[in-house]
Design a protein around this ligand. Structure first.
Ligand code: NCD
Length: 363
């Protein structure tokens, strides 16, 4: 029977940020940093070059990871794939199961999971429905409890308007790398735009709750009706994360006092009543705002940015996208997304290999 590595506060699954302790979050970000440095310092390109691949190949045991992507994804899926491959796992992607698997024949999520439970050690799942990863985890737990299968970790890779915990781990690691020695201490983070429907924003805010003693200030700048859900705001209050709402007319001055500006896309595909184009114009990060940034402040985005010319505006001015491509330290979203490989490799390493993948090779 395969024994999983770290148990995330009594559960083998990664479902939502509330489940983590501060110590575990710090452990993951530090471990991710080790992976990120190793990937960065590699002499050979492409990134996943032979020396690092050998880490995985050295193992006497492997792990089978299944990526079940019921909903669209580019970065999350690819970075999980690269991360798992890097660790020498056997990876299989079931893409769009609703079209290409038994789900197209009417199979429920529960039945699909009951099947995969026998086949693999980890299930990374993206789904349109909030709570679907928890549903999958319950199926696994019930099977394990009756001795019907071994432990399998379910990892939530984004569930509807719920959470996206591994994106929050990427974001925390990015902040830790940009603010060495400080991390979240005395930080002010500004969130402009659609804050109601973004699972990325949800997970990052729940993560902040874990660090409430570090004097975190959050500024929300969103249209009426697009504020974070009341239970999330109560959670922030409970865990001493200070927050404030500002009017879009105050966006430029809010940018001047923020250490991080966290931009997100309007989640049009999941909104019954999306933010109008006129409203969206008010929350765009414009080129002229760069001069307002504090000396070490930077702009994050989980990607993708809406660059659809038939449905403008993009939430970030096109000139800034060029700056980001050029590696401007204030526009970090491409570095942030690339960090996804290191963070997900660190996470899988801690779950499946006791965190020893970066140890010196055994002679
Ligand atoms: C986000 C997602 O899918 O939740 N992207 C990501 O995973 N990096 C953000 C989005 O789609 O807007």
């Amino acid at each position: 029977m395969a024994k999983q590595g770290i148990q995330w506060e009594e559960s083998p699954h990664v479902l939502k940020m509330q489940q983590f302790s501060v110590a575990t979050l710090i452990r993951i970000t530090k471990h991710a940093n080790v992976f990120a440095n190793a990937l960065q310092n590699e002499e050979e390109l492409p990134r996943l070059s032979t020396p690092l691949r050998r880490i995985g190949k050295r193992r006497s045991i492997s792990r089978r990871i299944r990526l079940l992507f019921y909903a669209a994804s580019t970065r999350t899926e690819c970075t999980f794939y690269d991360a798992a491959t890097l660790l020498g796992c056997d990876v299989h992607i079931v893409k769009d199961p609703k079209a290409f698997s038994s789900a197209a024949k009417g199979e429920s999520l529960e039945s699909a999971i009951a099947h995969y439970a026998y086949q693999c050690d980890g299930i990374v799942m993206r789904h349109n429905d909030e709570g679907s990863s928890e549903k999958a985890a319950k199926v696994i737990d019930a099977m394990v409890a009756r001795g019907g299968c071994r432990s399998v970790s379910v990892i939530n890779a984004g569930d509807g308007k719920g959470q996206h915990p591994t994106q929050a781990l990427v974001d925390l690691t990015m902040i830790a790398r940009k603010r060495p020695g400080q991390f979240l201490q005395d930080i002010t983070i500004l969130f402009p735009g659609d804050l109601l429907n973004s699972r990325v924003v949800n997970s990052l805010l729940y993560a902040f709750g874990k660090f409430g003693t570090q004097n975190i200030k959050v500024i929300f700048c969103c249209p009426q009706g697009f504020a974070p859900k009341p239970d999330l705001l109560l959670y922030l209050q409970k865990y001493a994360v200070t927050y404030d709402f500002v009017d879009p007319t105050e966006l430029p001055s809010a940018i001047s006092c923020a250490d991080v500006i966290y931009m997100t896309r309007v989640q049009r595909e999941s909104n019954e009543a999306p933010i109008t184009r006129e409203q969206r114009e008010l929350y765009v990060f414009r080129t002229e705002y760069l001069s307002r940034l504090k000396p070490k402040a930077f702009v994050m985005h989980p990607l993708p940015i809406n660059e659809d010319s038939n449905d403008p505006p993009a939430e970030i001015a096109p000139e800034l996208i060029s700056l980001a491509i050029g590696g401007d330290p204030r526009c970090v979203w491409f570095q942030q997304s690339h960090l996804g490989v290191a963070v997900r490799a660190a996470l899988l390493d801690l779950i499946f290999f006791h965190g020893d993948s970066m140890a010196a090779p055994k002679k």
